[in-house]
Design a protein around this ligand. Structure first.
Ligand code: ATP
Ligand code: MG
Length: 407
């Protein structure tokens, strides 16, 4: 069946009053952005508690599967309903359309009674009268349309008001929308409704998932990647760009900052105790990430850290890392097991790229026996050993950072 119209449902919790408009406008924007990349032309507009997408053009002007897939990446969407839309009309006419819709959608035919009994499909009609000028109540429409459906396909349909296989929805608005399918959306909130944060994006499994999870709450994201040539290759950097591209399919454009981290890492390696390398390195990552976060008007940082995953992610280590940050650090996978993070990365489509075997700057400069319970005062003291060189190195790193716009 060719659908010309899609009705979009979104969660309504927490979006009362003035926020509602902001939320709806952002959702419309994000849907337009997602559809803008597809073949075909679409009109996206708001309608009392819903967003409507009208397909403009001929039957083959768009690809149904591609459209659904694109909408399933728009945060804020809870359900995608392919609908038929008809003008408001007396219930006799609505019933005729409902009969035609059920017939086409479920392969029922009007003469089915003569064809002998098959498996019956249980159904229920659910009318919603958003347009209070409509003269018949929802209850009456339900009963009337149900009756007409039984008259038409009595041998194939039966009513079940508790657990129907098919729920036939009829929403009476400025027009009438008929549908029976609600394809799940990703949920969350439209990107742009909750500020902006800077994602520390490595080539691993965890950080793309972390970025996805925060973007899902409506937060726009930018990213920073610490690159250590020649210890990390161009291929390792490309991997991060590829990951950012996948995250951007959900989050919208990402400005990826690629920081040349080699000299800072070498200096730490030269001057600081080797069992503290990772912690000190992470403190510099956070400082640099925060610098770019400020410059890009971000209000928080995001990492893919999870308690106890590695030595630098014990609680004591996280305390040492956090000490250099003045912005909140969001760690959405903090309580996840690795397998739970992997499951999510498979779902969002980053896993296959994340497991490509390209070295990461952290894996090259790791100590054999890193401290797992670092003391802040000791770390601070070790860091002092960098005093002579670090300002210059930081300046150099900030100035040579490459900006890649990912769309
Ligand atoms: P991931 O955690 O993304 O799977 P990883 O496990 O290799 O990568 P960890 O050593 O666990 O990375 O680092 C913890 C977090 O620190 C990462 O989730 C990421 O947010 C950040 N991070 C680590 N290395 C880098 C890097 N080279 N560039 C940017 N961020 C990084
Ligand atoms: Mg990790």
């Amino acid at each position: 069946m060719f659908y010309r119209t899609f009705l979009i449902k979104y969660g309504e919790i927490g979006i009362k009053g003035k926020n509602r408009n902001v939320f709806e406008d952002a959702l419309v924007d994000q849907i337009r952005r997602a559809l803008g990349r597809l073949e075909g032309s679409f009109r996206v507009w708001k309608e009392q508690g819903r967003v409507i997408i009208d397909v403009e053009g001929e039957e083959d002007s768009y690809d149904y599967d591609e459209l659904i897939e694109a909408l399933q990446r728009v945060f804020g969407i809870v359900g995608i309903c392919p609908v038929i839309k008809i003008p408001v009309a007396p219930q006799e006419e609505l019933a005729r359309e409902a009969v035609r819709f059920m017939g086409q959608t479920y392969g029922l035919s009007a003469g089915a009674e003569d064809a002998g009994p098959g498996e019956k499909i249980s159904f229920k009609v659910h009318c919603r009268r958003a347009n209070k000028n409509y003269p018949v109540t929802s209850m009456d429409v339900n009963a009337y349309v149900g009756e007409k459906l039984l008259e038409a396909y009595g041998s194939r349909l039966e009513v079940d008001v508790h657990k129907p296989q098919v729920m036939l929805y009829m929403e009476v608005r400025d027009e009438v929308y008929i549908y029976s399918q609600i394809i799940p959306g990703p949920g969350g909130m439209p990107v742009g409704t909750n500020g902006k944060a800077m994602l520390l994006l490595s080539g691993g499994i965890d950080s793309p998932v972390a970025g996805y999870m925060i973007a899902k709450r409506g937060v726009k994201i930018d990213a920073v990647y610490f690159h250590a040539p020649p210890y990390t290759s161009e291929r390792a950097k490309q991997k991060v760009v590829d990951l950012a591209e996948i995250v951007a399919r959900y989050s919208g454009p990402i400005r990826l900052h690629v920081v040349n981290f080699t000299d800072i890492q070498l200096a730490i390696y030269d001057k600081c105790p080797h069992d503290e390398l990772t912690i000190i390195m992470r403190r510099y990552m956070m400082r640099i990430a925060e610098y770019f976060a400020r410059k890009s008007n971000c209000q928080a940082l995001i990492t893919g850290e999870s308690i106890g995953q590695v030595a630098s992610q014990t609680i004591q280590s996280l305390v040492c890392t956090d000490e250099v940050c003045t912005m909140p650090v969001f760690r959405p996978v903090i309580g996840f097991d690795k397998q739970e993070i992997i499951d999510r990365s498979l779902k969002i489509g980053t896993y296959d790229i994340s497991i490509q075997p390209f070295e990461d700057c952290c894996t090259i400069f790791v100590a054999k026996h890193p401290v797992t319970k670092p003391h802040l005062d000791i770390i601070q003291k070790s860091e002092k050993k960098l005093d002579d060189v670090i300002d210059g190195l930081m300046k150099e790193a900030l100035e040579t950072t490459e900006l890649i716009e990912i769309d």
